[in-house]
Design a protein around this ligand. Structure first.
Ligand code: ADP
Length: 247
């Protein structure tokens, strides 16, 4: 969070730098089955974010000491490509990507019926090709679609979304400047049907009232994001049905 108080991110009419209202999402597009050799895959464009997700598994967990005799282990790996940000990012894992991989693995673990696959692992590769703020929640949203596209049984889809505080106002889905110069950022992962929270982090400060307002905004947007996820998956099954019908 920056402190540049001279940068105005919201005008008198409540319009943000990119023309959005306070509770408006950036445009979101999701496609499934974009990679032939993965068991499931999804590609998401969320504002300026472009992220590819590939899922492999379930398969026997390796090395063996990582196996859980009761359930499958979810191994999500979040990676930002060197060319995904303004200044070339040093390739390879860093503290931030290890943290994001961990919170996304835990969020997916709550949604996948892991108890059906003892001793197995499910790999989820999240490759950020272009980053524009909110990559962890966009990655999580796409990862959940890719897992479903792989045919892995799930209790629910996970929807990721962020709200935050910018120029003293609560706003939905922070853009890059808002993320850099805003006062708070609250990324959340929610199970679509039950509303259960499976990921929550916070950067900056919010009062209890502001936190409630931000959370309400996220829950409201989650329905719209879930519709886009479901539509992407329905597209996959419509295409499959047409293939079968044509046989
Ligand atoms: P998120 O992408 O989930 O919002 P952060 O709040 O850590 O995660 O990052 C916000 C944004 O800052 C990213 O989406 C990306 O655009 C940018 N960013 C993150 N890491 C780097 C980096 N190493 N170099 C340049 N920009 C970065």
């Amino acid at each position: 969070m920056g402190t540049a108080s001279d940068i105005k991110l919201i005008d008198e009419k409540g319009i943000r730098l990119d023309g959005r209202s306070l509770s408006e999402l950036r445009p979101i597009k999701i496609e499934t089955d974009v990679l032939e050799r993965a068991d499931g895959s999804a590609y998401i464009e969320w504002g300026g974010n472009k992220i590819m997700v590939a899922v492999y598994g379930p398969r026997e967990a390796y090395p063996k000491h990582t196996q859980d005799i009761d359930k499958a282990v979810i191994k999500a790996r979040y990676n930002m490509a060197a060319f995904s940000v303004d200044e070339r990012k040093r390739p390879g894992p860093d503290r931030r990507s290890v943290e994001i991989s961990k919170v996304i693995s835990e969020a997916l673990q709550c949604a996948i019926m892991v108890e059906q696959f003892p001793r197995a692992q499910i790999d989820v590769y999240i490759e950020v090709l272009q980053a524009d703020a909110g990559t962890r929640i966009a990655g999580l949203t796409a990862a959940s679609v890719a897992v479903a596209a792989a045919g892995i049984p799930m209790r629910d889809l996970v929807v990721g979304c962020t709200a935050g505080k910018v120029d003293g106002k609560i706003v939905l889905d922070l853009g890059k400047e808002e993320d850099n110069f805003g006062q708070a950022d609250l990324p959340m992962g929610i199970l679509a049907k039950s509303g259960k929270i499976v990921l929550m982090q916070m950067d900056g400060d919010l009062t209890t009232e502001e936190f409630d307002e931000a959370t309400a905004m996220i829950y409201d947007a989650a329905k719209r994001i879930n519709d886009i996820q479901r539509e992407a998956l329905a597209g996959k099954y419509r295409a499959l049905a047409m293939e079968r019908g044509g046989e």
